[in-house]
Design a protein around this ligand. Structure first.
Ligand code: ATP
Ligand code: MG
Length: 651
């Protein structure tokens, strides 16, 4: 199918009004099938969220739903007590002890499977071992592991004994790890010898050692998972312990799950750092788990008999909420994949979906853009008929990518839920309810029931439909962060506005809303470009550019002198030439207006991406301005920076 010319966005930056109804085959058996849900939440206020909390097992039933006496320090289910690991593991044992919880696929073709009973046994053993090493309730444990089963197991072992975890994405540097160990006041570390990066065994332990040297804190104990076996031998110091030995020594021991206050810290997680310094977000146990479980069921429609795959790395919030806590709390079977989607080849993702009969698949626009770049022949060579729902998160998805995803992965039928949320929101906040709400490709959808999201102007007044404004949330929600590692003052300043309207949470994203209440994310508020007295949002311009035949990705920035610079990547079989440059200008002129024609179109093999896969516009802007740019070590592909610079200069 040819997608050229069916971009769907209008000049006002909102997506076109194409409406895609949920297929009846899906709605008929969807978890959320009652359109009254929206009204019920409106009518009932915060207590409507009992629906979410009641999906969990509570050690002490909560009485109060929300304590909002001291805004913006809100407390959800404050007098309830529960344990997150018991909710993700123990309570499933009666009904499905022999059901698979995790099917793991390693980079070298290895496989391991864990039933809920297996998971229970290993989580208990590790919990007992961590205790013996001195970990007590409220001690923060840092986890620095790649996508191996030991990562979710360690998270659950921590949760079992009431020790908050602090997962640091395995690809981050020693310095980044050191900063996060210190900021979290963490004395314990779980890491591994190393892991495979493509063909090579990579030494993770030496990065962890480096971090220990740099960190101010002294670690009391380190646990080391043996991922590489004979491929890499690391020697362990006296305060370092082999994971396998711990689990073996404590095999069969039972550790009672520690009942935690709903408001107690479950984990610390740093944001991706797309816009600046990462922030240490703290999530509470009860509200977070309730919101995550509720959205896993009602938005991703996941049930115990599904095989579900969230492709995000557990080192980021999506992997926490929808790779670990969500699927395990609802008792489903998850795929956990260690590798990258094109290793050992571009069949990998589709092969995994086919061989596991994955029914619900959740990934990001950056991955979908790669799939498009590689071509539809790869998914088409596989039987993907098991898929019944697709999800996306992390960046705006263009109507073109949305349709490609649905047509080539979802068999042209599966609902695609575009889910908007943040590390700070903890769980999905804006999305369609797939069995109830029609979809509009390129628009996220309305706020979920119970999420009071509003697009407002500088004064906090709602903007007219189609007008750009700030995305804010006017009332607390259960998955919200309970605070920042950087302190209460920073938390208040970073996120909250107090005004005539009461307290409002500031997302930092710009958006429009249409007559039907569907929200379109326009990009970060800071990503607005001022050109010739017009204000453009990056997402709007970029969506128009990728509408041009052969274009796969685009990032648009201002050069500081009122000019628009567009960085563009193309499909492998397309020659980036003057004709394409002209076509891009035409598309922008048509979709947005003549003033939006870019002054420069720079073709580049790739765009700079953060470790979590987001385009880092901040850096592209520095290059366009000819400014010094700072540290690029946070990038996944720092090597492209040089190429982009020379492309800019040549041009
Ligand atoms: P930092 O806050 O450190 O700059 P970050 O905002 O990239 O990093 P995350 O919390 O991982 O860190 O990302 C949340 C952001 O991702 C949102 O604020 C939004 O800009 C973007 N985002 C997430 N989902 C969507 C979506 N469905 N559509 C558009 N944008 C999205
Ligand atoms: Mg952010």
């Amino acid at each position: 199918m040819d997608y050229a010319g069916v971009d769907g966005r209008r000049a006002d930056g909102t997506a076109g009004d194409e409406v895609v109804e949920p297929p009846a085959s899906f709605s008929d058996r969807a978890v959320a099938s009652d359109p009254e849900l929206y009204e019920a939440f409106d009518d009932e206020g915060p207590s409507a969220w009992r629906r979410a909390a009641d999906l969990l097992d509570w050690e002490t039933e909560y009485d109060r739903v929300l304590d909002d006496d001291d805004p913006p320090f809100y407390e959800w289910f404050p007098d309830g007590r529960l344990n997150a690991a018991a909710n993700c593991v123990d309570r499933h044992l009666d009904e499905r002890r022999n059901q698979l919880a995790i099917r793991w696929f390693g980079k070298r073709g290895e496989r391991r499977s864990y039933t809920y009973l297996d998971l229970h046994r290993e989580v208990n053993a590790l919990a007992a071992g961590l205790r013996e090493l001195g970990v007590e309730e409220d001690d923060v444990v840092t986890l620095y592991l790649p996508m191996v089963p030991e990562l979710p197991i360690a998270m659950l072992a921590c949760a079992r004994i009431g020790a908050p975890h602090n997962v640091v994405f395995a690809g981050l540097s020693a310095e980044a790890l050191a900063t996060r160990i210190d900021a979290a006041d963490s004395e314990y570390l779980v890491t591994c010898d190393g892991y495979y990066r493509r063909e090579d065994a990579f030494n993770q332990k030496s990065k962890a050692d480096n971090a220990r040297l740099r960190a101010d804190a002294d670690l009391s104990a380190t646990v080391v998972v043996d991922r590489l076996g004979d491929a890499l031998d690391v020697s362990l110091g006296t305060d370092e312990h082999a994971y396998e030995a711990i689990v073996e020594a404590h095999d069969g021991e039972a550790v009672d799950p520690v009942a935690r206050d709903a408001t107690d810290l479950l984990f610390v997680m740093y944001t991706s750092g797309t816009t600046g310094r990462p922030k240490g977000v703290e999530h509470a146990t009860g509200g977070y788990l309730a919101h995550v479980a509720w959205t896993t069921r009602n938005v991703l429609d996941v049930r115990p008999d599904d095989t579900y795959w969230c492709a995000a790395d557990i080192g980021w919030i999506t992997g926490h909420s929808y790779g670990v806590y969500g699927p395990l709390s609802v008792g489903t079977t998850s795929v956990l994949y260690e590798g990258s989607p094109d290793y050992p080849d571009r069949e990998r993702v589709w092969d995994l979906i086919e061989r596991n009969a994955v029914s619900v698949f959740y990934t990001s626009p950056t991955a979908i853009r790669s799939f498009m770049k590689w071509g539809a022949e790869y998914p088409e060579a596989h039987d993907l008929s098991s898929i019944r729902l697709l999800g996306t998160v992390g960046e705006s998805i263009t109507p073109k990518a949305w349709r490609w995803y649905r047509d080539h992965v979802g068999g042209g039928e599966a609902p695609v839920v575009d889910t908007w949320w943040q590390t700070e929101t903890g769980a999905i906040s804006l999305a369609t309810l797939p069995g109830v709400t029609p979809m509009k490709p390129g628009k996220v959808g309305p706020p979920l029931p119970g999420i009071d999201a509003r697009v407002v102007d500088e004064d906090g007044e709602p903007v007219e439909p189609g007008e750009p404004g700030y995305l804010t949330i006017a009332a607390p929600w259960p998955g919200m962060l309970r605070g920042l590692r950087e302190g209460d003052e920073r938390y208040r300043r970073e996120y909250w506005l107090e005004g005539d309207h009461g307290w409002r949470y500031r997302t930092g994203d710009g958006a429009t809303v249409d007559e039907d209440g569907y929200v379109t994310i326009l990009g970060r508020v800071d990503d607005v470009i001022n050109v010739r007295t017009h204000r453009f949002n990056t997402a709007e311009l970029e969506s128009a550019i990728v509408g041009a035949e052969g274009v796969t990705e685009a990032a648009v920035v201002g050069d500081g002198d009122g000019r628009i610079v567009a960085y563009v990547t193309t499909r492998g079989d397309v020659d980036p030439d003057e004709t394409l440059r002209g076509a891009i200008g035409e598309r922008l002129a048509r979709a947005v207006g003549d003033v939006a024609r870019p002054d420069r179109v720079v073709f580049t093999p790739d765009l700079p991406k953060t470790r979590s896969g987001k385009i880092m516009r901040r850096l592209l802007e520095d290059i366009a301005r000819g400014d010094e740019f700072g540290d690029v070590s946070a990038l996944r592909n720092p090597e492209v920076v040089g190429e982009i610079e020379s492309a800019v200069r040549e041009e």
